[in-house]
Ligand binder design. Structure first.
Ligand code: HSE
Length: 345
């Protein structure tokens, strides 16, 4: 049986969701896809642990739940620094799921560069590296003859990037329009039902939808990050954060939400990427903004943590994908699909 030596860097909400899926899908991966995953290393911000025979996922999840150091896992070697551990131990695939940093994409981008240079495939849910340096990193992966996949960065495990890159291969895209942040959609939906902004934000945090600093969600930066990833992957064009017209939902009042409802509209945080001069071309107009959509617009009816994206293409006109946009196991699904794609090679 083919064995994949996997290294997992980042063991928060997403890392744990992915680990949980690896355990529950173990038999399916063997029977349907003909490979077995050996999780040889795991890191959080405190330590990097390694065990060549494979780590025990239920033990890891228990240690994390009890906030006990990962080094308490029996029979492991450990490093204080994930980069040093990764250099020393390697693997076939790195799953990079540390938190998103939109300033310099660290530490994720260094982990990804190091893994690619060691000829490891990389799968990631971290939006920083893709938003700031997707084209550079994809080029490095190509040079090293390995894959860099980031399905989980846009709409969690809902297949967006594979839809456009594989399912819609050959189609040219004129524009993209969608609801790309789960936390803000959850909040706006609850506000439309009469609930209070702050209560619902706390709920979204408790559900594991929000970023560590939820300002990133409510001020629209997370949606901008996804727009930058799409600009690079769909249009091959690097757009920077300051080139995006951005407005979050913090100024949206209960009154505005009610007024919109009264007019048969829904306020949604809409992300759009539009090729200004023609299909598949640059420059791009990229925006994140709250808009009141009439109920005839399919995006108006996408509620809660659901996200949706519409691609306008030359061959199929509009193609829309709807599904969960955040969550632990939901994001883990994006990583699982990427892992299977890499293992199938
Ligand atoms: N905080 C993000 C969201 C997580 O709410 O959409 C998924 O990228």
């Amino acid at each position: 049986m083919k064995q994949i030596r996997l290294s997992l860097i980042g063991f928060g909400v997403v890392g744990q969701g992915f680990a949980q899926l690896l355990a529950t899908k173990h038999d399916l991966l063997r029977s349907h896809f003909g490979f077995e995953v050996k999780l040889v290393s795991v890191a959080n911000s405190r330590s990097f642990i390694y065990r060549e025979e494979g780590l025990n996922i239920p033990i890891l999840l228990e240690l994390a739940a009890k906030h006990v150091a990962l080094t308490q896992h029996p029979g492991v070697q450990s490093w204080d620094n994930a980069l040093a551990g990764l250099h020393a131990t390697g693997g076939d695939v790195l799953a990079e799921v540390t938190g998103t940093n939109l300033h310099d994409a660290e530490p994720g981008i260094s982990h990804i560069r190091a893994a690619l240079k060691q000829n490891m495939h990389v799968i990631t849910a971290n939006k920083g590296p893709g938003a700031l340096a997707a084209i550079e990193l994809l080029h490095l992966a190509h040079e090293q003859h390995v894959q860099l996949r980031m399905e989980a960065t846009v709409m969690a495990g809902t297949p967006v990037l594979s839809t456009i890159q594989e399912g819609l291969a050959g189609a040219r895209v004129r524009s993209i329009r969608g609801i790309l942040n789960g936390t803000t959609n959850y909040i706006l939906t609850a506000m439309a039902g009469g609930r209070d902004y702050h209560d619902v934000l706390a709920e979204a945090q408790a559900q594991g939808y929000a970023e560590t600093d939820p300002t990133v969600d409510v001020e629209g930066y997370d949606a901008v990050a996804k727009a930058l990833i799409l600009s690079a992957l769909v249009f091959g064009h690097t757009v920077t954060l300051d080139q995006v017209a951005r407005e979050g939902i913090t100024k949206v009042t209960k009154d505005q939400v009610h007024k919109a409802a009264h007019e048969n509209k829904r306020i949604k945080l809409i992300t759009s990427v539009h090729a200004v001069t023609g299909i598949g071309e640059c420059p791009l107009d990229v925006r994140v903004e709250p808009l009141a959509l009439p109920l005839t617009d399919p995006l108006a009816r996408v509620d809660g943590v659901l996200n949706a994206i519409t691609f306008q293409t030359d061959t199929l006109s509009e193609v829309t994908v709807i599904g969960p946009g955040a969550g632990s196991v939901q994001t883990g699904q994006g990583l699982l699909a990427d892992l299977i794609a890499v293992a199938r090679l």
